[in-house]
Design a protein. Sequence first.
Length: 320
Amino acid sequence: MTTMQTVERPAVPPLTRPEMGLAGVGAFAAAGVGALGLVSSFDAVSAAAAEWGFTSPWMLPVGIDVAIPVFTVANLLLIRMDMALTWVRFVPWALTLVTCGLNVAAGHGMWAKVAHGTMPLLWVVFSEIGAHIYAVRIGAATGRRMDKIRFARWLLAFPSTFSLWRRMTLWEITSYTEALAREKERQLARAELREVYGRRWRKHTPHRTRVLLKLGDLAPAAVDVDPAPEPQPEAPKGEAPKPRGRSRGRKPSPKASRTAAELLTAAREVTAGWSDAEINAEKIRTALHCSAANSRTVRDALLAERAGGRRPVELEGAAA
């Protein structure tokens, strides 16, 4: 078995000074528009409070309008301390919906109701955008945020995408790129097991290998167990035995075998002029005419040599 390598995607470049200035202007304008929306709802909420018998009607709009930014800031602080509470982010939404409802009720016409209800809603929209940006940056720094899967993949391949999302969720694989790399290795290992054990490979594969394949964390690098040959019926007397044909679903035995050292030596010669990015299992398999399992093992050894200053790496026995 071989551990899958973690695939790191390139980091998002930091904002330039003009972009930072533009973001600051946008944030200031958003805060101003949101504040205007809260102030504009003061009269409508005060009138509703007076009808409900409040002795100080101004206390209701002030209390709601102050609570909205307070809970927004509390949500951002909880995200910053990695103690996020899901229900806290919905409190500003609930308070804003109350304010919007009171403002809509104060309007006399349809467009007046839309205008009265839209202004308070702006604050929550802008605060939700800010909270999303903050949460994404904190999640990227701590490695706790899980990447989203592209909508196009859900649309084009829903069953396999659901399985991919399920493994990401169960085993805390936060990187979508890493999950795709693991899925590719898992599919290659699954195809190799099918080549060796045939169509009923699940029945003949060792239980540990099946579990590792299901987890998607480790992929079989080589299958050491070869299925036992099927017994051939004895030929009647006087007839020459018929040559044994290829078993259905069985992988034919190779004509010649090469040791791991021979494979690695040949790989060094072939990849002498290759860059690190060009060294991959499929290209090595095509050049050396070896199995997919051995090509992945040789690939890992070559990359380890290059990372360690071309110090020779010893491999266990393998067959081409």
